[in-house]
Design a protein around this ligand. Structure first.
Ligand code: FAD
Length: 651
């Protein structure tokens, strides 16, 4: 692990005891070594900034505070995009994964969700080793006590550095990225007791940091809460009473750089499914008086709610509980779906109401945490605070929940903090090119009222933003325009892009009559071709039952050279016609940016497919051009297409 590696490395230090910063001045300082902070630090260094990562405990860098898993529907897309921009979490997932499965397989590949259960220790080790090997990046253990800022003019500040707890001298930086997760004024809850903390075993972030944000910078700060389930001992669970859930036989790696995962397919561990019983509801109801976290009206996560909130919202319903392995050799299971904050003795009683858990033992009780978040509408799409030059925020501090959402923001904040320090223009990702763009746009234009997590339904152009094509969307741009992608990854993405294009033009050139196709493909497609009426191979590939391998088996001279892309070609063939239409719509919006919008347009009569929120804001602001309308908060590309159609029909 890191601790042993640290001894030989001068680029790592502790502060204040033994404090010795190699530099006193950095381009970028990142505060926090969670999922946002590690991606931010690595990205800033990749872009070319001299970067320092300061975090409370070096050993917890890359720690998975809650669930031992990565990816899923919407979240898996974010992991693929972070990887396409050369981030860490995809490769870390491939190294640490012990159970891979692609969720949503029964739906189209655009909404498939690559996901893996992780070995916690392997994940941490990988992230720590990667950071140590990153040029221009130093890592320091210490707690940041204060943010140093200068007032440029009333209401406008510039960040100048940080001050650590203890008596260490201040450290200067052109940009600072705060990624303090659940630690900002963090409070932990268990039963009737509450105590300051950011995560079990870790103190909260100092109140000085919160004070600078609120009082000096005048930022609006809110409060959110979340919770985690108890961890249970696997050998105390009767797994014969649980439903076994095997992993995929052929694990799909997260990273575009990997053709296979570290864990061999046959070595993967299963998950298990159990369900809550009426006894669980009973214990929840009895525990309410002893459960101060649940009595709070601070907003908790709607999409990953505690068992207490689920029982209160849906009384009498049986809920799924997944028993997930915590590591390859760990005796711990993570009961996903049983996040709870009642007293430990009641937690044990509750768990034992589930037949497979009737003799279960708990290793660590579940608990809740409440923390400050900064209302993200105060940020630009670069994740810089609008009123403070050089200050960037990423991760749970912006009101999101989840490792993937944190990693995605961290990477983008790292890119822009480095660019700001190196005097390069700041960049934004659009909703039409990435889920990262959707995430950041949602945060900065709409804000949050509860912990925000990603879903595929948040992306209007999700057939374009697929997990399979994140490299084509982002790796080339990441190298050519952003500067955060290595030449090695770029060359690989170029090779893939050229290979796909060549394969597509070959497919497009293979044309026969449906009768001839039937003859050619008779054996490989097992009679499916009776229904075929197309003449080009690209169209043939759109049929559900025809794979690229079928075509290549029949026409090996033309198609066998592209077999390595067979799954991607199949997906691309299915989506290409629809994506072409979507791209045309996007180009139309860009072309019509300057279109005049009459001040007396009746926005309230816009089609019902537009949300009330969008109609109301258009009615109130009355933008003068289509371009101005696109920049209104909450305005999505899909809404703009509706608006454009509405205005052109009127004219
Ligand atoms: P974190 O991973 O929290 O990292 C913050 C880092 O900042 C830590 O390393 C900390 O030591 C460091 N730090 C903080 N302050 C300072 C300072 N002043 N100086 C130096 N270092 C500092 N996610 C879900 O998706 N679903 C859930 O149900 C869920 N439940 C959770 C329950 C609990 C109890 C906790 C603690 C987290 C939960 N999470 C859940 C959230 C998940 O852990 C986070 O979304 C994710 O870790 C956020 O990443 P981050 O980088 O923003 O912050």
């Amino acid at each position: 692990g890191f601790t042993s590696l640290r001894n030989g490395l001068s680029r790592v230090s502790r502060a204040p005891a033994g404090y010795r910063a190699i530099h006193r001045r950095y381009d970028v300082i990142v505060v926090g070594g969670g999922h946002a902070g590690t991606e931010a630090a690595a990205a800033a260094a990749r872009v070319g900034a001299e970067t320092l990562l300061v975090t409370q405990k070096i050993d917890t860098i890359g720690a998975l505070s809650c669930n031992p898993s990565l990816g899923g529907v919407g979240k898996g897309q974010l992991v693929r995009e972070v990887d396409a921009l050369d981030g860490l979490c995809g490769r870390a997932g491939d190294r640490a994964g012990i159970h891979f499965s692609v969720l949503n397989r029964s739906k189209g590949p655009a909404v498939w969700g690559p996901r893996a259960q992780l070995d916690r220790q392997r994940y941490r080790d990988f992230i720590q080793a990667e950071l140590l090997a990153t040029p221009r990046l130093e890592v320091m253990e210490g707690s940041v006590e204060e943010l140093l800022v200068e007032e440029e003019r009333p209401g406008r500040h510039r960040v100048t550095g940080i001050r650590l707890a203890g008596h260490a001298p201040p450290l200067e930086a052109s940009s600072v990225i705060l990624t303090t997760g659940t630690f900002l004024s963090g409070f932990l809850f268990l039963g009737q007791t509450s105590s300051p903390g950011g995560r079990i075993g870790d103190p909260p972030s100092s109140s000085g940091l919160s004070r600078t944000l609120k009082e000096t910078l005048g930022l609006q700060v809110g409060r959110l809460r979340t919770g985690t389930p108890p961890r249970i001992l696997k050998d105390s669970v009767d797994l014969t009473l649980a439903t076994l859930h095997p992993p995929d036989q052929h694990p799909t790696p997260f990273s575009f750089l990997n053709t296979h995962t570290h864990c061999k397919p046959e070595e993967q561990l299963p998950c298990y499914l159990v369900r809550t019983t009426p006894g669980v509801d009973r214990v929840v109801m009895e525990s309410l008086d002893d459960n101060s976290h649940i009595q709070e009206d601070t907003k908790g996560p709607r999409y990953c709610p505690s068992i207490e909130s689920r029982v209160l919202r849906f009384p009498g319903r049986s809920h799924q509980v997944w028993l997930e392995p915590e590591g390859m050799t760990s005796n711990l299971l993570y009961p996903q779906g049983l996040s709870m904050t009642m007293p430990p003795d009641m937690q044990l009683r509750l768990l034992r109401q589930i037949p497979a858990l009737h003799r279960v033992e708990i290793s660590t009780p579940g608990y809740g945490v409440q923390y400050d978040y900064v209302c993200p509408t105060q940020l630009c799409p670069s994740l810089q605070v609008k009123t403070t030059q050089g200050l960037f925020l990423a991760g749970q501090i912006n009101g999101t929940t989840g490792y993937e959402e944190a990693a995605a923001q961290g990477l983008w904040a790292g890119v822009n903090a480095a660019r700001s320090a190196l005097a390069a223009p700041l960049l934004a990702l659009s909703r039409t090119e990435s889920y990262i763009g959707v995430l950041i746009d949602d945060l900065v234009t709409r804000g949050v009222t509860e912990p925000y997590r990603m879903f595929t339904s948040r992306a209007e152009f999700r057939t374009l933003l697929r997990p399979d094509n994140a490299d084509l969307r982002l790796t080339l741009k990441g190298f050519e325009e952003v500067g955060c992608v290595s030449a090695q990854r770029y060359n690989e993405a170029v090779r893939v892009k050229e290979g796909l294009e060549e394969a597509f033009s070959t497919l497009g050139s293979l044309s026969r009559s449906p009768r001839d196709w039937r003859k050619t493909l008779e054996t490989s497609t097992k009679g499916v071709l009776r229904i075929v009426s197309f003449s080009r191979a690209t169209e043939l590939l759109q049929y559900n039952d025809i794979t690229y391998d079928d075509l290549a088996a029949a026409l090996p001279e033309s198609l066998a050279p592209f077999l390595e892309f067979s799954q991607r070609l199949k997906i691309e063939a299915v989506y290409r016609p629809h994506c072409e239409l979507q791209k045309k719509e996007i180009q139309r919006i860009e072309r019509e940016e300057g279109m005049y919008l009459s001040p007396d347009l009746d926005y309230l009569s816009l089609p019902v497919s537009l949300s009330n929120e969008v109609r109301e804001i258009l009615d109130r602001v009355r933008p003068t051009t289509l371009g101005a309308a696109t920049r209104l908060p909450g305005m999505t590309p899909a809404a703009i297409v509706h608006l454009l159609n509405f205005v052109t029909q009127k004219n």
